[in-house]
Design a protein around this ligand. Sequence first.
Ligand SMILES: Cc1ncc(COP(=O)(O)O)c(C=O)c1O
Length: 392
Amino acid sequence: MNINDVSWEAELDLKLVESSFNKAIESKKLFRYQFKNAPSFVNLFEKEIRDYVGTDFALGVSSATSAIFLALKATGVTSSSKVLIPAFTFTAVPSAVMQCGAEPVLVDITENYVIDFDDLEAKIISSGAKYLLLSHMRGHVCNMDKVISICKQYSISLIEDAAHALGVKWKDKHAGTFGLAGIYSLQSYKIINAGEGGVLVTEDPNIFWKSVFMSGSYENNYLLHSSEQLDIASQYKNKLPVFNLRMSNITASIATPQVECIESTIKKLNDNYNQLIILLSNNKSISFVPESDSIRPVRDSIQIRILIDEAKRSKLHSKLNSFKIPISYFGGLNNTNARLYKNWQFINTNKYPLQNTVRNLSEVFDLRLPIHFTPEIIEIIAKELLKIIDGI
Ligand SMILES: Cc1ncc(COP(=O)(O)O)c(C=O)c1O
């Protein structure tokens, strides 16, 4: 096997999902509310997620972006709200804020690719924002004790975009369970690959029931979710717009078996990552993002910082491209990089001279490490990367 044989795209483990998927198809009922006397496949998936992350409520929806939108609406974001977000995130995140008619306020990041607390406090004060949508981008989690204390101090509502961080823990508590609501993505490149899909988790029955109705639970369908706190549910019946962002039974049937074995997947991912780190550490110009011991990571990608000048960096970038190694360069100011805030032309980015974000993203190369990678593939990738980097 050589580098050209590596399949870089996320792959679905057919053996793992086959039985559950077949059952969903054979049920002939693909809409979640067609199951009147038994839990639907989406209900079963929601239970798996609740049990795994330890929240009272979970709602499966069409994507993490939909879940973010619902969480923002359910926590009270309106067209007059401002929502703080770390400037290193995916373009869908400020977009979900704008979908609510609200204004995203960008906050600088640190060299660990997490939100900068000094800038967060400065932006809370200068903008008057009352919401923080905290993206744990690429699974990097900030000091959650500190962020919660800042939110308490300034009465900020925290919503966690843990799209990339299902399974990541801060001091043994799941990312996504610290704020009023948390969100996970099931899009193909995430640890649970259902093609598309998202989940909203919360401990708050008001947020849950509002999200249920807005996700597309019309008439008496809400009764098929949970029998808990129905008095709260009935307060919202017919009072909220219905956006139809539901999850289908097919999506849930593909996702559920993957949640059931998520811990062994995490071990495999983390082993691959650690092996790659050891192999790449031979090159002194390469370094990695240091992370707190309080974090239990989930390594489905690696961020490689390479200390070289700008000219060499762009040479390296095109060399990697020519070898068809799909490394992302987050620093690219162009139309093909959705992770650099300066490329989000739908907001006024001139308002945000965030030098740390620009510098930190320009120093990093990002490589996904899909679940099907084996130690042999990791070795091949390391060898090829070192050859290319040494040759620059
Ligand atoms: C940090 C982050 N948040 C949210 C999303 C949106 O996820 P989805 O594609 O499920 O809407 C993404 C997508 O990759 C993401 O990277």
